[in-house]
Every structure is written in C-alpha cells, then in structure tokens.
Design a protein around this ligand. Structure first.
Ligand code: CO
Length: 460
C-alpha cells in the first residue's frame, strides 16, 4: 500500500518553528530538488505565509507562489485556506473568496486544503465550489478536537457531508498534536467506512504522539500524512519526513520518496536552521516535546499565549485557575475546536473570568461576535443565559454569515486605483490592508532606487 507524503517545510514547519519568517531566498536553491524527491505535494502557501510575506519579508506572496511553481512544475503545490476567512480572521464576501481561489489557481496552486474553525461547512462551501470550478483538487478539512459532542459518529457524518459537497479528499487536522494513536486508528476507520474518499492526516509533533499516531492511522487505511524534513521537524512542527519514510517502508508500505534527495534537502536546510538559531528566530524551546497539552487538553500554542498573557498582567500565579476555567468557557461556547482564532478567544475570556473574579463580567468583542453567530454554528449547544446576558433580545445570526455581506472586490479595486497593479494586489489589500499598503510603498521605493542606480551607472 502506498502512503502519500506531503512536505510542510515551506509552510507549516516554517510557521510553527520560526513564525513563518523564511524568506524565498532561503529556500529558492532547493526547490528543484524538492520537486524531484517524490512528494505527494508541497505545502508551501496559505496559512500565515501570505501575511508574513507582506508584513515581515517585503515579498509579494503571489510572486512567491509563481516563483515556486516555476521551479516545481511536477509536484502539486498545496495551500491551507481558512474557507470564508481566506487567510485572515474575519469572514469575507463570496466574490472575494471566489476570486482569491481563482487567482491562487491561476498563479500555480493545485491542492486547496480548506477548513473552518468550527467545522461549520457552510463556511467552506463557496471556496470548495470555486476550487472545483477551477478544475483543481479540493480537500475538505475536519478540525480535530475532543469534547462530549465530538463522537466518532459525528466525525463520520462530517466526512459524509464533505463528500456530498464534492471534495476530492478529506483531511483531519489535528492542529494541536493531541490526537493519540488509538483515536487516529478509530477515526480513520470511521471516515474510511462513511466515505469513499482518500483520507489524509495532519498532526504536529508537539506532544510526541505524532509518529505513533501516523503509524496507527496508516494501519487504519490513511492515504497520506504531513511531514517536515528533519532539520525543521519535531516540536511544534511535523514529525520528520525521513523517519516516517524509514518506518513505513520497513513495515512494507511504499512512499515514492527518494532517500538521496531527502538527504540533499536536509543538508540544504542545516545552515538555514543554524542561522535562525543564531538570530533567535528559532527558539530551541519550540523544538522540544511538551506533554502539558495532554494534561491540560490545551494546545501548546494556546498554553504559551496564556503564560505570556498572565506574565504581562503580573498574574502568572493564577495559571492553574485559568487552565481550570478554559474547559468551562469552551463548554459555554458549545465546544469549539481550539484552533486560531478561537483558541485565543477562549484563552483571553478564561483569563478575564479569573482575573475579574466574576465570570463574563467583561466579554471580549470577539466572544460577543461569536455569541451573535458571526463565526458560524457551534458544534454543541451555546450557553443561552450567556447569549442573553450579552445580546439581550437582539436577533442572533443563524444563516451563513457571508450571506449578510455585500460584494467587496470592485469597490476595493476602485478605492486602490493605480496603487494596485493587478487583481492579486487588490486581494492582498482586502486581506491585509495595512501590511499590503506598506508593501506597495516598499515596492515602489525599491523600483525607483533601481532606476536611479541604472542612471548613475550610465553617467560613469
Ligand atoms: Co498545522
């Protein structure tokens, strides 16, 4: 049996270990080798890469995608798309979502992994539909979490819903790395029997469960797993590509990966990693195994946010109380998966509840919007007393939130005028206005510098 392996070094490992600060120039030289190594796909775009290109790296994310595609024509490129949120944290109107998908496809994207933080599939259906219209691979994603309402039957039913939507494959996204081998085995079995689709598993090595979880998933018939080349593997990133290949092949599975090429790729990233370690961009702390998530049932990233938040408020000694409050807030919100941005919302609210000495004395803007239904439908029952407390008799949104939004693209294009050189620029601006403007200015400046330089040379 063949196991498909996706390489995440350019996206998730980059995002999880070095806060997505890898510039194109740091990996340009290895793209051809990556293309020839036998990967099922290269996850290289989406998630935080888009924002990070504009915000920190002065790169045009679209140009990055085109340049990757030019050097990797054979291996499908893969991205992570937050459904109706595209790559941000709020809901965008359908015209923006559709054009974003179309432009991504035109610029080289092949596989679109699409998720909604609440697993409210109304929030991914437009993106999925547009991917299908573009003739590209739509992968429907289920965010994994544990709660009294997240039963195997429920997950199997989600798989069925995705299949009915027309997706080509399903991915179970264990963003916190909390899925154990037994859960993986049962979950993959359940999805393989409720659907006819290939099922992929995405996890993180944070708690150390990753490789065991992958192995049991494969035994249950999992079609593909996400790994990171060993220099950028482990800790908050994915389990190592070479390690998984070795173990799987020893057990008689086929991976299509070329060991020599993997070695080349890994050697290439050794000095890159060293550079980030030296600059402090890579904190060795994130590379370790952290089992606290198994005790607290709180994802690693959320835990470090909580710690930082409490330290900033001189209340680190209240950590245990806050951790005890997290499950209560989560229950009140109907057991949402603890994925960005909901993990932060739950964390902030739990902290506020503890520090104020009164539950929901202060309710954040985001939690208010959540209670109003702006994020979609919660997996379980939302605490109605809390909804009443915050919204009184105001009407709660039960429709797909994007149905309440007006088209935005044409107006944005007009507003930007000449600053935008392409529809892609307009989309960058809609997604991240401040950082896109900053980048447009930088680009303008760079080009005028280049012209001056040429003129000076001529005068010599
Ligand atoms: Co991930």
């Amino acid at each position: 049996m063949k196991v498909n392996i996706t390489e995440t070094v350019l996206r998730d490992a980059n995002q999880s270990l070095i806060a997505t600060r890898l510039p194109f120039s740091d990996f340009e030289g290895i793209l051809e080798t990556l293309d020839n190594a036998g990967y099922y796909s290269l996850e290289c775009w989406g998630g935080a890469t888009f924002d990070s290109c504009l915000r920190y790296l002065n790169e045009d994310p679209w140009e990055r995608l085109r340049k990757i595609k030019a050097k990797c024509p054979k291996t499908p490129l893969q991205m992570l798309l937050r459904g109706q949120n595209i790559l941000g944290y709020k809901h965008y109107p359908d015209d923006v979502v559709r054009l974003f998908v179309r432009k991504s496809a035109e610029n080289g994207m092949d596989i679109f992994r699409i998720f909604d933080a609440l697993n409210d599939f109304r929030n991914i259906q437009v993106a999925v539909d547009e991917v299908l219209k573009c003739g590209k691979h739509a992968q429907g994603c289920i965010c994994y979490t544990t709660s009294p309402v997240h039963t195997l039957e429920k997950y199997a039913q989600m798989g069925k819903e995705l299949e009915d939507m027309g997706v080509h494959s399903i991915c179970i996204k264990d963003m916190a790395g909390i899925m154990g081998p037994d859960e993986a085995y049962k979950l993959i079995k359940a999805l393989k029997s409720s659907t006819k689709l290939p099922v992929f598993l995405h996890t993180h090595a944070t708690t150390g469960l990753g490789p065991m979880t992958y192995l049991k998933a494969v035994e249950a018939g999992c079609d593909g797993i996400d790994c990171a080349i060993s220099q950028f593997s482990g800790g908050t990133a994915q389990p190592a590509t070479e390690t998984m290949k070795y173990a799987l092949e020893q057990l008689g599975y086929e991976t299509t990966l070329d060991s020599k090429k993997l070695k080349e790729i890994n050697d290439f990233f050794a000095p890159v990693k060293a550079k980030f370690l030296e600059s402090g961009g890579l904190d060795p702390y994130v590379m370790g195994t952290k089992t606290d998530a198994l005790v607290y049932q709180v994802p690693g990233g959320m835990l470090s946010n909580l710690v930082a938040q409490l330290k900033a408020q001189n209340a680190y000694d209240r950590l245990d109380e806050v951790l005890a409050e997290v499950p209560n807030v989560r229950k009140d919100l109907g057991y949402p998966p603890l994925v960005t941005p909901i993990s932060q919302m739950v964390g902030v609210q739990a902290t506020a509840n503890v520090l104020a000495g009164e539950r929901y004395k202060n309710v954040s803007k985001e939690v208010k919007a959540y209670l109003k239904g702006e994020y979609g439908k919660a997996p379980g029952e939302v605490n109605q007393d809390l909804v009443k407390k915050v919204w009184g008799d105001e009407e709660i949104i039960t429709c797909r939130f994007a149905d309440t939004l007006k088209p935005q693209f044409e107006d944005a294009k007009k507003e930007l005028g000449k600053i935008a050189r392409s529809d892609e620029d307009v989309l960058s601006w809609i997604a991240f206005p401040t950082n896109a403007e900053k980048f447009f200015e930088y680009r303008e400046e760079q080009e005028s510098n280049t012209v001056n330089y040429t003129i000076e040379k001529k005068e010599d």
